[in-house]
Design a protein. Structure first.
Length: 139
């Protein structure tokens, strides 16, 4: 068994209460908790471990943001392509039919929203059908 050197430390009363409460919760001695805290504070690996954990989280966030940017770009391109196609291929309705078309448009919109809700509920999503990585194409 190794011998330990005693150390007298002055602690702020609130810090002492926190140390005592923590030691009681863990059913460990205050000395053991203080020793572990000092060892952790003096350990050169602690900073490296924290830095590695932060870097890992940042990498994960970066990948998520990249996916969001990609999905947003796909959405914008898809909507722009659809609108361009629609406007190029659909003649405007005659004035006499516009009121009826507006009423029918509301019904069609409701049907579209129902279909969208079903698609989102069952999957797979359109974005999942598109490859994760795709090179930009030259125009």
């Amino acid at each position: 068994m190794t011998t330990k050197t005693p150390l007298s430390v002055y602690l702020d009363p609130e810090l002492m209460r926190a140390l005592a409460a923590y030691a009681d919760r863990r059913d460990k001695s205050r000395s053991l908790i203080a020793e572990a805290a000092i060892a952790s504070f003096l350990s050169p690996d602690a900073d490296e471990q924290r830095e590695a954990a932060i870097a890992k989280r940042l990498d994960k966030l970066d990948r998520r943001i990249t996916r969001l940017e990609r999905d947003t770009g796909i959405s914008v391109e898809m909507i722009a392509l659809f609108v361009r196609f629609w406007l190029s291929n659909t003649p405007p309705p005659p004035e006499s039919e516009r009121a009826a078309m507006r009423r029918q448009g509301g019904d069609r919109y409701d049907a579209f929203m129902d279909a969208l809700g079903r698609r989102l509920a069952k999957g797979p999503k359109v974005r999942q059908e598109i490859g994760e990585d795709f090179p930009p194409q030259e125009e």
